[in-house]
Design a binder for this molecule. Structure first.
Ligand code: BTN
Length: 316
């Protein structure tokens, strides 16, 4: 019943006790008990009840009422605040948590990006990690990053038709030339067999980019920044999980080449002159002319040679 009240408030914006009680057919005592449990999320003024900051609410009951998936996100561990959803998901996977479970947080205090960089995770973003257990060789795990980028890019394109959404190799989703989403895939194997994969996804939705450290501001954007208004996180999350499940099913059916086709069509990297920054300060420049069937970037170097790049930070 708590879920019903929550969803009712979410849909109706502001309602009186009388309306809730009569519409949902509950008695006043039960209503008072539910309100006591929900009070941190409510604004109550003269017998009118309203959800606080409803655009940024990501409560599991709300998500479940809008979710269109079969198994991705059907099991949710939600935290108002957590160190990192990837770390939490790893602990859960170690204990045998099933495929499709997600960890979700409103705020991360130790959000992590690639190369162990900090990932700023204030209220207003989607910070989530998905536990996967695909039956694939461990060497193919990086393909999951590309697959996830396709799911995020398709979601944002579908929901926000006017935005210029694309993918930067290997794992960033951009709007124009600014980053709106990062993906951190971490896989764990024993004796070359993959035990589980944690796919961490951070999407800057209702986030104020000017609250970021100055050096990150120029290259980053958020949906709020692009649209000039906030959007409901729960809608974006549910659509993303839906797109993710579809593309993951294709992936498990061995259709990675079909996914790569979509990746290529969404890519902002192919056709651009880029610089790849590798470890120990090594840099490689060239025109990105394609990706291999495993998802490695193909660069045409200045002297005309072709080079496969398997990892590194890509600067457009
Ligand atoms: C990157 O672009 O460097 C990857 C960023 C990944 C951030 C997400 S937010 C949810 C999950 N938890 C983490 O600590 N990191 C990932």
């Amino acid at each position: 019943m708590k879920e019903k009240v929550l969803n009712f408030l979410y849909e109706k914006k502001e309602v009186s006790k009388k309306d809730i009680v009569s519409e949902l057919g509950i008695d006043e005592k039960e209503f008072d008990k539910i309100i006591e449990k929900l009070k941190n999320y409510l604004k109550i003024h003269k017998d009118k009840y309203k959800l606080k900051n409803s655009h940024n609410l990501l409560l599991p009951s709300l998500i479940k009422s809008k979710l269109k998936t079969n198994y991705i996100g059907r099991n949710i561990y939600y935290f108002d605040i957590v160190d990192s959803t990837n770390l939490t998901a790893k602990k859960l996977a170690e204990k045998g948590e099933e495929e499709g479970t997600i960890v979700l947080a409103q705020v991360q205090t130790r959000g992590r990006g690639r190369e162990n960089k900090e990932w700023i995770s204030p209220k207003g973003g989607i910070w989530t990690s998905i536990i996967l257990k695909p039956d694939i060789p461990a060497v193919n795990a990086p393909q999951i990053t590309l697959m996830t980028a396709v799911a995020v890019a398709k979601t944002l394109k579908k929901l926000f038709k006017n935005l210029d959404v694309g993918i930067k190799w290997p794992n960033d989703v951009l709007i124009g030339n600014k980053k709106v989403c990062g993906i951190l895939t971490e896989s764990y194997s024993r004796n070359e067999s993959l035990e589980y994969v944690i796919v961490g996804v951070g999407i800057d939705i209702n986030v104020d980019i000017n609250s970021f450290p100055i050096e990150l501001q120029e290259g980053a954007t958020s949906i709020k920044e692009e649209l000039g208004k906030e959007v409901p996180l729960v809608d974006v999350l549910c659509e993303f999980l839906y797109e993710f499940e579809k593309v993951y099913e294709k992936f498990k059916a061995g259709k990675f080449q079909e996914i790569l086709k979509e990746w290529r069509a969404l890519s902002k990297t192919i056709g651009s002159y880029v610089e790849i920054r590798k470890k120990f300060g090594k840099r490689i420049r060239g025109e990105a002319v394609g990706v291999t069937k495993d998802g490695a970037l193909i660069l045409e170097l200045d002297d005309g040679r072709l080079k496969k790049i398997f990892s590194g930070a890509c600067i457009h």
